[in-house]
Design a protein around this ligand. Structure first.
Ligand code: PAF
Length: 296
């Protein structure tokens, strides 16, 4: 089947994705593509791939001549060692899923290969990493920025694709890209949801049956916020959503914040024409889920 067929999954005749686990080899592979004048699309991931990741891969395949996906569970972005240990790892399944896309190369480096020396770099992102995820996960965005910078130096992508479920991460990566002067275009892609509204996440597979049954109530509360925000002040809307989270069995909200979409500055009141998004983090047992919803 020709590679020029756009946006199609190869259910019956999967491609063999080239898997490279070595930084130098990956660099050479990409250099050959660049030398041949091909644009390189890149989808960095931590594995446990789901439809959300695959939608990024498919978009990259439509918009670039070659697509690279990486799987690397980045230890320096976890602020709790228990979270790192429990992060799902399923490389065989991931490779099988990628083989049904038109992804060309999968980069799966080892920790030693990515971080041969201790990491000391400290980025400064101003208030971008002081609110919400930044406030509750100290050091998280520094770890994300360091690994994405390293991956960009190896893959040298023309375009890189990230989901907007991690909207704050997307803004931090845009800022890191600007600071490091990477020529890569950063593309934010829509949140992909399960049919019942739960935002797709690699962490969802850790939910018990009971937690999974109740987790879509997070989306329902966000939809309520979208449909009714005009009837509330900002703090009252945040309280209403927090109240709705508190009655989900097994759920514990960490934050519910309405902020400006572009700057992430938390809003105290509605300002006409100011784009507002509600950002939330909710624990279901010990599994932390994040989501967001554009209000206007
Ligand atoms: O969103 C993720 O999966 C990770 O934070 C990323 C961007 C791959 C960096 O490790």
């Amino acid at each position: 089947m020709p590679r020029s067929v756009v946006g199609k999954r190869y259910k019956h005749k999967p491609f063999n994705v080239i898997t490279i686990d070595n930084v130098e080899e990956a660099r050479h592979w990409v250099a050959r593509q660049r030398a041949a004048g091909r644009s390189v699309g890149f989808v960095p991931t931590m594995g446990a791939l789901h439809e959300g990741h695959l939608s990024l891969v498919e978009r990259s395949c439509r918009e670039n001549e070659v697509t690279v996906c990486s799987i690397f569970v980045n230890p320096i972005q976890f602020n709790k060692s228990e979270d790192l240990e429990k992060y799902p790892r399923m490389p065989e399944t991931d490779i099988g899923l990628l083989e049904e896309t038109r992804c060309d190369m999968l980069f799966m480096p080892s920790e030693q290969n990515m971080y041969p020396e201790p990491v000391t770099k400290q980025y400064s992102f101003g208030h971008l990493d002081e609110v919400m995820e930044g406030a509750f996960r100290p050091g998280h965005f520094n770890g994300v920025a360091i690994v994405v910078d390293r991956l960009f130096r190896i893959v040298q992508p023309t375009r890189a694709y990230f989901g907007t479920k991690d909207y704050q991460q997307l803004l931090v990566i845009r800022e890191m890209t600007r600071q490091e002067e990477h020529p890569t275009e950063i593309i934010g892609c829509p949140i992909i949801r399960e049919p019942d509204g739960l935002a797709m996440s690699s962490r969802n597979i850790r939910l018990t049956q009971e937690q999974r049954k109740h987790a879509p109530a997070i989306y329902e509360a966000l939809r309520y916020a979208k449909e009714n925000f005009r009837n509330y002040t900002v703090p009252d809307l945040e309280n209403e959503v927090r109240k709705r989270f508190n009655i989900i069995p097994g759920a514990k909200p960490e934050y519910v914040t309405v902020a400006d979409t572009n700057t992430l500055v938390p809003l105290k009141k509605w300002i006409p024409n100011q784009p507002a998004v509600m950002y939330v983090a909710v624990y279901m047992g010990d599994i932390r889920l994040i989501d967001n919803m554009i209000l206007e």
